[in-house]
Unconditional design. Structure first.
Length: 343
């Protein structure tokens, strides 16, 4: 059985920086190419479960040519660092939030818009539509990487240490960690909070020391990352449904034969489906643990005031990026087909 290789981030990053690229020695067979995949979640997270299925499939089909190695929990660095390593080919794949990718391609700005999707069904249908995602995925080829599949990251909501969030006014003056994207900073400006962009791995310590008043993320952040040990209020204002993306070094993709690329594409589909299948049950388990063990109180505010406060961002985005209007319109078609049950 293939064992997971745990390597200290500092030493591995030094090795990669020294020029040991994705195909360097390490497998014991010069004909086998090492494929390193980095992500920032734990080994129990649906993302890691999906990547493990991808690893098993690729090695089952092409094990004589490729050795997949998965590095969770930011062992290869922060998401921003992993994206840069993927650009250079120092690692082959990484999982990055769409919010971070906005800083590499303005096209990713679209998926960061608050209240872009009318329901989870509209979100999934949009992300499964190649007419929507292909132009976004392909927009970073010149930057050295390309999106190959998306991963469900649920609905993002606010959670805080001391202040329950029931209205946008409750956020006024609070320091809230957001992902490192201009869109998320703008979102907090409109809601009256103080945006504090930072890498995900730094959030727990910042919450624990009360450098932050809260953060925003899905329910798994409460349990997998321990945020529910500190933050005792989780408010379902449902401001964003932001996917995570698996991105690949473009030189690696271009170097695959037609037959190999077909196998990898099948693996990307397996990864997507396995991760999504694990997501729903993981959220329910996380919510149960957060409520009954960590003592987190779940709140269900009226989301309309939040929607109204953030509505200007849609017009701003379309004015700033008119080329994204056709993709935005396609998403509205899925929104109409899968309207929220509350509407």
């Amino acid at each position: 059985m293939k064992h997971f290789k745990r390597v200290a981030a500092a030493s591995l990053s030094g090795l990669l920086a020294a020029g040991c690229l994705a195909g360097c020695a390490g497998s014991g067979d010069d004909d086998v190419q090492i494929i390193r995949i980095g992500h920032n979640q734990s080994t129990s997270h649906p993302t890691h479960i999906g990547l493990t299925a991808f690893e098993e499939f690729i090695e089952g089909e092409l094990g004589d040519k490729y050795d997949i190695q998965i590095f969770p929990s930011e062992l290869l660095g922060s998401q921003n660092e992993m994206v840069q390593l993927t650009q250079t080919g120092a690692i082959t794949f990484c999982v990055a939030s769409n919010s971070l990718l906005e800083t590499f391609s303005e096209n990713y700005t679209l998926f960061n818009l608050p209240y872009l999707f009318s329901s989870a069904e509209a979100y999934h249908a949009s992300m499964d539509d190649p007419n929507i995602i292909d132009p976004i995925f392909e927009s970073t080829k010149q930057a050295g990487f390309e999106g190959v599949t998306w991963l469900d990251a649920g609905t993002r909501n606010f959670y805080t240490i001391n202040t329950p969030i029931n209205t946008p006014e409750d956020l006024h003056g609070l320091k809230i960690r957001v992902q490192q994207s201009p869109t998320n900073v703008r979102m907090m400006d409109l809601l009256g909070g103080s945006a504090t962009p930072m890498g995900f791995g730094d959030v727990y310590t910042a919450l624990q020391s009360q450098m932050l008043d809260g953060a925003e993320n899905n329910e798994l952040a409460l349990t997998n990352n321990g945020h529910g040990d500190v933050c005792k209020y989780y408010s379902y204002n449902m401001h964003q449904m932001i996917p995570d993306m698996l991105i690949a070094n473009i030189a690696f993709l271009d170097g695959l034969s037609e037959e190999e690329r077909a196998i990898f594409d099948e693996g990307f589909e397996l990864l997507n489906q396995t991760q999504r299948d694990a997501w729903e049950s993981s959220v329910e388990e996380a919510k149960d643990y957060a409520q009954n063990v960590q003592g987190v109180e779940f709140l269900y505010p009226d989301i309309e005031p939040f929607q109204e406060a953030l509505a200007p961002m849609h017009e701003e985005m379309l004015n700033d990026y008119p080329d994204l209007a056709p993709i935005y319109d396609l998403i509205q078609e899925h929104n109409a087909e899968f309207a929220s049950e509350s509407e």
